[in-house]
Design a protein around this ligand. Structure first.
Ligand SMILES: Nc1nc2c(ncn2[C@@H]2O[C@H](COP(=O)(O)OP(=O)(O)OP(=O)(O)O)[C@@H](O)[C@H]2O)c(=O)[nH]1
Length: 399
């Protein structure tokens, strides 16, 4: 072997040794590093549209590194919207009283202007009667009121408008009847075995009168009174009614039991009351469909709903919702519903913007049950318990 060949072999061996040493060091260093994070962790998409870093969303402020355990594995749902706090009963009443008094109140203006005249002659009494009839007081109550007023003004020798107004107030109040029990049956009870039984309120009426809206508003009244409420969407005829109720419910944290579109209303009502019993709700409000296609159909449907509910809990309250602006039509509806279910109270909606307050008296006489609630607008808290004195004062206010 010559010297050149020997140098070549020694050089190749030396290169191999150096290469092996370098490779070992690199492999060792790689093993010492943590594995590279997956691509998606490096670029986490922002949740929602907010751009400010948010701890809740697991975002990092620029230049900071969050410890791995603070990074959520899944996207964080946006926080639920805070619940509404429904208006307290007292402030609601004060506000709605002002609204009732602030109407373009033809009744009030007409009555007071007539009583303010120097001399009340026959023409004046006739005008007075016309004003009362226009307000939907009805012929019977109008005649009674006029006769009572004429007699009292004469017998008591009332001459000044202030005194005449006091007499009118007393007579109107007598017609509206402050002695009627207008409380709502919303106290839960127990059955024979001591099991919890929620109070059940069934809400009936023809479509468009404001049933679903009333159920939503009433839920808010009850929540403001610290009651646990559950809603049953037994109006399966109009799918939007259940959606509407869900919106009302979700705003105040009240659950809603609903069924499939066109499901049997009785089975939805049954499920709702059962759920109310199991969840120990204080009150279950059941919305119903109001098709007046035929009296028999309505009778069958409402009768069945009530019977099926009563397997679990008695129906303590049946509220008939009537639109105050529909006058005689409303009374016809009232008659039909009275034959179908035992109505325990009336809700008069849309009394805002209506000079038809006299309907309160007519409908109470027609059904023999009290007006318990009045709707005074489309706002979420525009439903108030009916109070005879406040109502008469609002009707006679000179606003
Ligand atoms: N101004 C006014 N509008 C009201 C009042 N109550 C309800 N409404 C309106 O009346 C309309 C009908 O109300 P709904 O609650 O959908 O009527 P419904 O009886 O449930 O109708 P169906 O579900 O079709 O049977 C809605 O636009 C309500 O906002 C009220 O007191 N005043």
């Amino acid at each position: 072997m010559n010297a050149d060949l020997l140098y070549l072999i020694v050089g190749v061996v030396a290169l191999l040794v150096v290469g092996a040493v370098v490779a070992t060091v690199v492999v060792r260093r790689r093993r010492a590093l943590p594995p590279a994070p997956p691509a998606e962790e490096l670029e986490r998409p922002a949740v929602g549209t907010a751009t400010a870093p948010s701890k809740e969303r697991g975002e990092r402020a620029p230049g900071t590194t969050a410890p791995p355990e603070t990074l959520p594995d899944t996207q964080v749902e946006p926080a639920p919207a805070p619940l509404d706090v429904p208006e307290a009963p007292e402030s609601r009443l004060t506000r709605l009283r002002r609204r009732l008094a602030g109407q373009d109140n033809a009744l009030s203006r007409g009555l007071l202007a007539l009583l303010a005249r120097d001399r009340i002659d026959e023409d004046t009494w006739e005008e007075f009667e016309d004003t009362l009839i226009t307000s939907d007081l009805g012929v019977g109550p109008t005649t009674e009121l006029v006769e009572a007023l004429r007699t009292r003004l004469k017998v008591e020798g009332v001459a000044d408008p202030g005194a005449a107004r006091r007499v009118l107030r007393e007579e109107l109040l007598r017609l509206v009847d402050p002695t009627m029990d207008r409380s709502l049956a919303t106290e839960p009870g127990t059955d024979a075995n001591g099991a919890h039984v929620p109070a059940v309120v069934l809400v009936v009426g023809v479509n468009g009168t404001g049933k679903t809206t009333t159920v939503g508003k009433l839920a808010r009244v009850l929540v403001a009174e610290d009651k646990d409420v559950l809603l049953g969407a037994a109006d399966t005829f109009r799918a939007a009614a259940a959606d509407q109720l869900e919106t009302w419910g979700s705003r105040v944290g009240v659950p809603v039991v609903r069924g499939a579109e066109q499901a049997d209303p009785a089975s939805v009502a049954f499920d709702a009351v059962r759920a109310g019993q199991q969840g120990e709700a204080d009150v279950v409000l059941v919305d119903t469909a109001g098709r007046l296609h035929s009296k028999t159909g309505l009778m069958d449907e409402l009768g069945k709903v009530k019977r099926v509910i009563e397997r679990t809990a008695p129906v303590g309250e049946v509220l008939l919702v009537l639109d105050a602006t529909t006058g005689q039509n409303g009374l016809t509806q009232a008659r039909i519903f009275r034959e179908v279910v035992d109505v325990t109270g009336i809700v008069l909606t849309k009394l805002d913007g209506s000079a038809k307050g006299g309907i309160v008296v007519q409908v109470q006489r027609e059904l023999g049950v009290p007006v318990k609630l009045i709707g005074l607008g489309e706002g979420v808290d525009d439903l108030a318990p009916f109070d005879a004195e406040q109502f008469v004062d609002a009707v006679l206010s000179e606003a």
